[in-house]
Design a binder for this molecule. Structure first.
Ligand code: ARG
Length: 462
């Protein structure tokens, strides 16, 4: 085996023939793992400092490695790196480039580690950085929702079950339902971060290493909160990627629900809201069209994130300990889940506070569909009727309303009294939309007073 060949492919000294060109390409991951270059270098610098601390690298060697890695990073960032399929992945590309730059010392960097613990460390560092970028964007979305909720705290709209008019609610209340979903997503992501922030470095290939490494020191340099406690698990655990993708799937599911409502509400048939033009596009053939592309696209993107969750679960299913090449397949689903979350989140955080509500339209819609029928039933219960009987009486009144094209609040008192004699003049207070929402005045209810209190609690917590 010539030294030349050895330079080309670091791990191939035992091989008597070169890797098949197609296999080389098929097994490489550099095409997609190069996005972790910063974390790979960050991990290597910390590892080198630890090797120096325990006496494996001398001062000069450490300095050469750090300087060399800095040069590699600036070359990458200047677009001057020649990524090579021959060097298979981000780890070997960077190490080969380092060795080109500083010579033999570069080959000492890999002492006491393996690509198996290196890659597991890189992905965790990468995902941690992404989570730390996502969390403030989640807050921005929450603030946007709160802004809209506050503006529309008194706005009345129909609340739906089965997409049929059910009872009036306030628009602010509807916004705060979205807020609650995002609040849970944030909790899930913060919880996921705890397990992401565990350091597998030091697990080496699978069994640990014979060198006197100090994992606590490396962990401290890399700001890991914890160190993995079993080397076999350390190199092969991808639970954290599954957890993040489960967060992403749930979050996109929530965004798909918002999206669906925004699409419906911005249609001419509902006309509840206007989406600002900058979030919409026209049609190439129908001049009148303004399409809600952003929410539609986010709704559509939900599917790919579900797919990534299923990919990762299936990737890990039945894998024997410890590292297997299968694990290289963890990156593309995870990266795409991250990108999809970030793009969709940005779009929503920008769009939500800019939504314009057509208050007349939501009010008029709430007036249709007998949305205060339950209020009339509750009124009769207050007058002493059992709820089931009240339900029956109101059912008859509604049937009459359908026949005559009148809302309950539009019927003369005598008409209402024909359905039950206990009905008196004060009934109109409960039949109005304002009266109906104001009456649901308890924690979690739709009364404007309660919605404002919920907004205040949310603001205090953000
Ligand atoms: N590119 C590999 C991956 O993404 C790095 C680890 C390779 N380790 C190995 N033993 N082949 O998983």
């Amino acid at each position: 085996m010539s030294n030349q060949h050895n330079q080309e492919k670091l791990s191939s000294a035992r091989f008597s023939e070169a890797t098949d060109a197609f296999v080389e390409e098929f097994t490489a991951s550099i095409q997609f793992d190069k996005r972790m270059y910063r974390q790979d270098i960050q991990g290597s610098v910390a590892h080198a400092k630890m090797l120096h601390k325990v006496g494996i690298l001398d001062k000069q060697e450490l300095q050469d490695i750090i300087d060399g890695l800095e040069k590699v990073q600036s070359d990458i960032e200047a677009g001057k790196m020649n990524w090579s399929i021959k060097q298979e992945d981000i780890h070997m590309n960077i190490e080969a480039k380092l060795t080109d730059l500083i010579g033999i010392t570069g080959k000492k960097l890999h002492t006491g580690r393996s690509r198996n613990d290196q890659v597991a460390t890189d992905i965790r560092l990468y995902l941690r950085d992404e989570i730390d970028a996502i969390l403030p964007e989640m807050t921005r979305l929450q603030q946007g929702i709160l802004l809209l909720a506050e503006k529309e705290a008194d706005t009345i709209m129909p609340g739906f079950t089965h997409l049929q008019t059910a009872q009036p609610v306030t628009f602010g209340h509807h916004m705060m339902a979205w807020f609650e979903m995002i609040k849970r997503d944030v909790e899930r992501l913060e919880d996921c971060r705890k397990r992401v922030n565990t350091m597998p470095l030091g697990s080496a290939a699978l069994a640990g290493t014979t060198y006197p490494i100090q994992r606590e020191y490396t962990a401290e340099l890399l700001q890991f909160d914890r160190i993995s406690e079993n080397s076999l698990d350390g190199v092969s655990d991808r639970d954290f990627a599954i957890e993040f993708t489960a967060f992403a799937a749930t979050f996109l599911m929530h965004l798909s629900r918002f999206s669906e409502e925004l699409v419906l509400w911005s249609s001419a048939q509902f006309n509840f809201i206007d989406l600002p033009d900058r979030f919409c596009t026209g049609s190439s053939i129908m001049p009148q069209k303004k399409n809600p592309d952003v929410p539609e696209l986010v709704r559509g993107k939900t599917g790919r994130v579900y797919g990534h969750l299923m990919s990762l679960l299936t990737l890990m299913k039945s894998q024997p300990l410890a590292y297997n090449k299968d694990n290289q397949e963890d990156k593309e689903p995870l990266f795409d889940a991250i990108d999809t979350v970030r793009g969709s989140l940005r779009a929503f955080a920008d769009m939500v506070p800019a939504i314009i509500v057509n208050r007349e339209a939501t009010y008029a819609a709430a007036k249709q569909g007998f949305s205060t029928a339950t209020d009339l039933a509750d009124y009769l219960v207050n007058k002493g009727l059992p709820f089931r009987d009240a339900h029956e009486v109101v059912g008859l009144a509604v049937a009459h309303g359908i026949q005559t094209g009148q809302d309950l609040s539009e019927m003369p008192l005598e008409t209402l009294q024909a359905f039950h004699s206990s009905i008196t003049d004060d009934v109109f207070e409960v039949l109005t939309l304002e009266g109906s929402v104001a009456a649901r005045d308890h924690l979690g209810g739709t009364a404007p007073k309660q919605v404002k209190a919920a907004i205040k609690r949310a603001k205090d917590r953000l």
